[in-house]
Design a protein around this ligand. Structure first.
Ligand code: UFG
Length: 334
């Protein structure tokens, strides 16, 4: 079976993709510097999968390490998650973001080329579409950046576009990934006060935070709050398996949105989470957050036509799985 290098494989989306790849029969080697992952993730992945987990602790900027990995393993393809991902932090530290996200990709591509490995799935983001009123967004919408983070994703895509035809490249533009693995043993686990909606609501549900601040209720949306295309992280993980299979089978590159195509408002998510945890979660309306857009939803048809990808899990599934994970962690720590 094909052997895959998963950079950032101990992170939130990476760890779920690890499990989806193992379930699909791939051999997987993880490379992660654990800057945004807990040390016990590999042990958890072993418990869930029942298989030994092969992990290199290290950085995609370390060329010697990458060369060693490619010399040791006959890698058939790479899924590249390892990157920084906080929009606000990228504004404060643009050079760090460019160094890690663009420099890391370049280093990885050079090592891959040297080893003759020319298949890569790249984590991109709906953020590449910028602030647009075209909704839902098709993949041929022009790209424009609104933050250094978004710049690094556009730059990454453009670098990949320069590679010759003997490369097979899957560019996946994620919408808003949420939820946790069905085992409730891995999930999103931010250390600090979360910036993102679902992790924040989760901490209101556990009582660590008192109430959700809703950033604006005067948008041009059905209930006035921001609308996003939330996608279950297990659906997103399945999208990576399909992308990789397509690269292996067809050697054709693709750029696709990974979303459901459906929008949910902040209040829709809060209500679904309240349902999931069995108590009404409080909120307060706050001013709009800088840089937020009213609506961001995917045109999902191309992913279906190209990869056979279709998100299966509902908003209720996303909230239930998040709650099962967060509540389980809280019980374990008490
Ligand atoms: N929101 C609140 N209160 C909060 C947090 C969020 O009301 O405490 C609202 C936001 O205003 C927005 C929605 O919830 O309307 C979703 O916000 P998130 O921060 O969860 O997600 P974003 O859509 O802002 O950002 C996400 C990723 C980015 C990525 C972007 C575009 O976090 O990395 O999608 O793809 F760039």
């Amino acid at each position: 079976m094909a052997k895959i290098l998963l950079t950032g494989g101990a992170g939130y989306i990476g760890s779920h993709t690890y499990l989806a790849l193992i379930e699909a029969g791939f051999d997987v080697v993880i490379l992660d510097n654990f800057s945004n992952a807990k040390d016990d993730v590999p042990a958890r992945l072993k418990d869930i999968s029942g298989k030994q987990v092969h992990v290199y602790q290290g950085d995609v900027l370390d060329r010697t390490l990458l060369d060693d990995v490619f010399a040791t393993h006959k890698i058939d393809g790479v899924v590249h998650f390892a990157a920084k991902k906080a929009v606000g932090e990228s504004v404060a530290k643009p050079l760090d973001y460019i160094h890690t996200n663009v420099g890391g990709l370049l280093n990885l591509l050079a090592a891959m080329d040297g080893a003759g490995v020319r298949r890569i799935v790249f984590s991109s983001s709906a953020t590449v579409y910028g602030d647009t009123s075209v909704q839902p967004i098709p993949e041929d919408h022009p790209c424009t950046y609104t933050s250094p983070y978004a710049f690094t994703k556009i730059a990454g895509e453009q670098i990949l576009e320069q590679l010759p035809d003997n490369w097979a490249i899957g560019i996946l533009r994620y919408f808003n990934p949420v939820g946790a693995h069905q085992s409730a043993m891995i999930g999103e686990d931010p250390e600090d006060t979360p910036n993102n909606l679902v992790p924040y609501i989760a901490k209101v549900a556990t009582g660590e935070l008192t109430q959700l601040g809703v950033f604006g209720n005067d948008y041009d949306t059905p209930d006035g709050t921001g609308v996003r295309d939330y996608i279950h992280v297990e659906d997103l993980a399945d999208g990576h398996v399909l992308s990789l299979k397509s690269l292996i089978e067809t050697n054709q590159s693709h750029t696709v949105n990974l979303g459901t195509g459906e929008g949910s408002s902040v209040l829709d998510v809060l209500n679904a989470y309240s349902e999931a945890c069995g108590k009404k979660l409080p909120h307060q309306i706050k001013p709009r957050r800088d840089g937020d857009v009213a609506v961001l939803t995917a045109r999902p048809e191309k992913a279906k036509a190209t990869l056979g990808f279709e998100a299966k899990r509902s908003l209720a599934d996303m909230c239930k799985s998040s709650w099962a994970w967060v509540n389980g962690q809280r019980r374990n720590s008490n």
